[in-house]
Design a binder for this molecule. Structure first.
Ligand SMILES: [Zn+2]
Length: 339
């Protein structure tokens, strides 16, 4: 693969061979994760996870075993270190499938699906205390050495679109397979395993209403594939941009910069005071061309009220209508039902 600067216009390519080649396999995974997490267009803060299947000696027996190193619960990919990753025995993780299959009722929202989460700790390699993420089976059952699961803006736009399945086909052909929204867990891991078996040519999957997961046997190839799949979605979106008519067209003309900043100075201290009654916060301002186009558009009031397009974004950004956790949970339930 080439790395010329016209290849990626919508994501930042940052892989440095000289740096990566001095690292051990786990450090290379940390390095790849930090690179992916450092571009907000690739994944949101706290969202997404990465993994590598690495052969290492078992501490007591010295026997070589295959270990899944996967981003654990908590923390952000951009700043993750080695101890943010859980390490689990692949043989033991695969063994859990038998346990799952013996349950009389299986699938999302069943008792066995929830119970499986408690078993991951029993597959721990080398006493690593990092708690496993609920996304662990998504990585464990894909039979490739490296897996990236991201929430890229461009891919979520595609994954949350009305004709998501057809659009996936149009953009990626049969190299990326579409699967409907399903809460991440053991069953989704098994679905991915089935998809890979039925589609040996597949390099990744669009998780409907959620994001992207893709894989390769080489870590740099996996990183480049992740960027490439996002770039293709972003270019497709760009090619179908409605230009002046985006978000229903312009309703208000943006103020000039000086005037805008005067308005900020007049309003923001008051706004911060209002929000500060509940929780002290620091505000940041985004006023680039795309934000201004959105806030000044005809459809902005309606679209802003819709909240986010993917549940994971929802948990982190929330919407104005869901300040209390009760409301938030109701909204999540409503959101899930919509998929
Ligand atoms: Zn996710």
């Amino acid at each position: 693969m080439t790395t010329d600067n016209t290849r990626f216009q919508h994501v930042t390519y940052a892989w440095d061979d000289a740096h990566a080649d001095a690292l051990d396999p786990v450090e290379r995974l940390v390095y790849r994760s930090n690179l992916l997490g450092s571009d907000q267009r690739i994944t949101n803060t706290g969202g997404g996870n990465t993994s590598a299947k690495i052969v290492m000696p078992e501490p007591l027996s010295g026997e070589e075993v295959e270990v899944l190193w996967v981003k654990g619960s908590g923390g952000d990919l951009r700043t993750s270190k080695r101890d943010n990753f859980s390490s689990l025995s692949i043989a033991k993780l695969r063994g859990l499938q038998g346990h799952y299959q013996r349950a009389p009722e299986r699938g999302p929202k069943t008792a066995i699906e929830d119970a499986m989460v408690g078993f991951y700790a029993h597959t721990t390699f080398n006493l690593n205390p990092r708690a496993s993420s609920i996304d662990t089976p998504l990585h464990a059952f894909v039979p490739y050495r490296h897996v990236d699961h991201m929430h890229p803006n461009a891919v979520i736009a595609l994954a949350a679109a009305q004709h998501s399945k057809q659009l996936t086909r149009e953009i990626y052909g049969d190299t990326v397979i579409w699967t409907p929204w399903q809460r991440p867990g053991f069953d989704l891991g098994l679905k991915l395993q089935e998809i890979v078996q039925a589609n040996p040519q597949a390099q990744g999957v669009i998780l409907g209403g959620h994001g992207l997961i893709n894989w390769a046997d080489d870590d740099k190839a996996c990183y480049e594939l992740t960027l490439d799949l996002i770039e293709r979605a972003a270019r497709f979106i760009e090619a179908h941009d409605k230009g002046e008519q985006t978000f229903g067209g312009e309703r208000y003309q943006a103020l000039g910069e000086a005037e805008r900043h005067a308005v900020f100075a007049a309003i923001l201290p008051w706004l911060r005071g209002q929000i500060g009654q509940f929780k002290r916060m620091v505000g940041t301002i985004q006023e680039d061309a795309s934000i201004l186009r959105f806030v000044n558009s005809h459809h902005a009031p309606r679209l802003a009220e819709l909240g986010t397009s993917c549940p994971d974004h929802f948990l982190r950004t929330k919407s104005s209508r869901s300040m209390s956790s009760g409301t938030r949970n109701t909204a999540i339930a409503r959101h899930s039902r919509r998929r």
